[in-house]
Design a protein around this ligand. Structure first.
Ligand code: TRP
Length: 339
């Protein structure tokens, strides 16, 4: 579909993922974000960004995994079924207009707005004071520039991103107020959240690479089965015939993501009555999960074997994004009296 940068025909959707730790995506990404992206790729004019520069905010000392991770991530997007003919994939660092926009917007962003974004202090507590750089402080501003450069109106993200979007909206309002002369130059981006509850990892905490509790789209079937076998279940269901509580069991939470109500109903009642033991349930679940992921993994293998095609998809999308970015920069510079 040819894109008219001035007048998008469909609502414009923008989202991105930070590249870190090798870029491999897990079930939390798939159910929390990628399934939303799939829908938007079909129904909106969607831009999906490989946020490699955001990776540098925490991994600046050793960026090697960012470089290898960006292809891995795109391969996972493609494996999830997002059609690169319907959505535009682009590489953040190859769109220098984003960095230029960030410099211009930095003039109007009070430092206190950035300091009070909760992820700033939270991440310093989690990762240490050495990540408290100027670049890291600017993380939410860079994120806004990713969105604003394509004038994204809707941003499908996880709930952990709501403070970043709130910040983004405030900056856009300030920009339009200062330079818009009564018109809207930058679009206030609205977050859209997946309707699924948080995806638990194998230990019952939120699935996350850093907790080492993730099942990856790129795991093979044996690895997946081994991870499922070790999963925590209801701690009060000790023996096979003890009645269990599916509502506290992470295996059951994952069941509800991949199976229909009939199947989950059978699992839940078997668990509650004590007829179904955790060992048997996990064996059934591993099989069902591998079957669910099989088409994704088959697509993954095809793209992984063709790195040239993956590079071409990213290069083509990046070129398309830069055309729109150039238009946005003209609008911004005119408003700021640089042109
Ligand atoms: N900060 C987002 C995250 O950690 C990733 C991201 C970077 C992003 N740029 C974006 C998300 C633009 C939405 C829009 O998940």
């Amino acid at each position: 579909m040819p894109i008219d940068p001035a007048r998008p025909a469909l609502p414009r959707v923008m989202s991105g993922m930070r590249v870190s730790g090798g870029g491999r995506l897990h079930l939390g990404h798939y159910f929390g974000v990628l399934k939303q992206w799939l829908v938007y790729a079909e129904t909106a004019e969607a831009f999906f960004e490989v946020a490699d520069l955001h990776g540098y905010t925490t991994e600046f000392a050793d960026p090697s995994e960012i470089r290898s991770g960006r292809d891995e991530m795109v391969i996972d997007w493609l494996a999830a079924g997002i059609d690169p003919k319907k959505a535009t994939f682009f590489l953040q660092s190859a769109v220098p207009e984003i960095a230029e926009l960030q410099l211009l917007l930095s003039m109007i962003v009070p430092v206190s707005w950035l300091e009070r974004v909760p992820t700033y202090k939270g991440q310093i507590e989690a990762l240490g004071a050495e990540i408290a750089t100027y670049g890291f402080l600017g993380y939410p501003l860079m994120q806004l520039c990713d969105i604003a450069i394509v004038k994204g109106a809707f941003v499908p993200v996880g709930r952990d991103q709501s403070a970043h979007l709130e910040f983004a909206r405030e900056v856009v309002r300030r920009f339009n107020h200062l330079y818009g002369n009564g018109t809207t130059i930058l679009v206030e981006p609205k977050p859209t959240f997946a309707q699924v509850p948080e995806v638990p990892g194998t230990d019952g905490r939120k699935m996350s690479k850093s907790y080492d509790n993730a099942i990856y789209l790129s795991d093979d079937e044996a690895t997946t089965a081994a991870k499922v076998k070790k999963m925590l279940t209801d701690p009060l269901k000790v023996r096979r015939n003890d009645p269990g509580r599916p509502e506290v069991c992470p295996v059951f939470s994952l069941w509800t993501l991949i199976a229909d109500a009939d199947r989950t109903g059978v699992v839940a009642s078997g668990c509650r009555s004590g007829e179904l033991g955790c060992v048997a349930d996990k064996a059934d679940f591993a099989e069902a999960l591998n079957a669910y992921l099989r088409p994704i993994r088959e697509r993954r293998a095809l793209y992984a074997a063709d790195p040239g095609a993956v590079d071409a998809i990213l290069a083509e999308g990046t070129a398309r994004t830069r055309e729109i970015a150039a238009q946005t920069m003209r609008d911004v510079k005119r408003a700021m009296k640089l042109l």
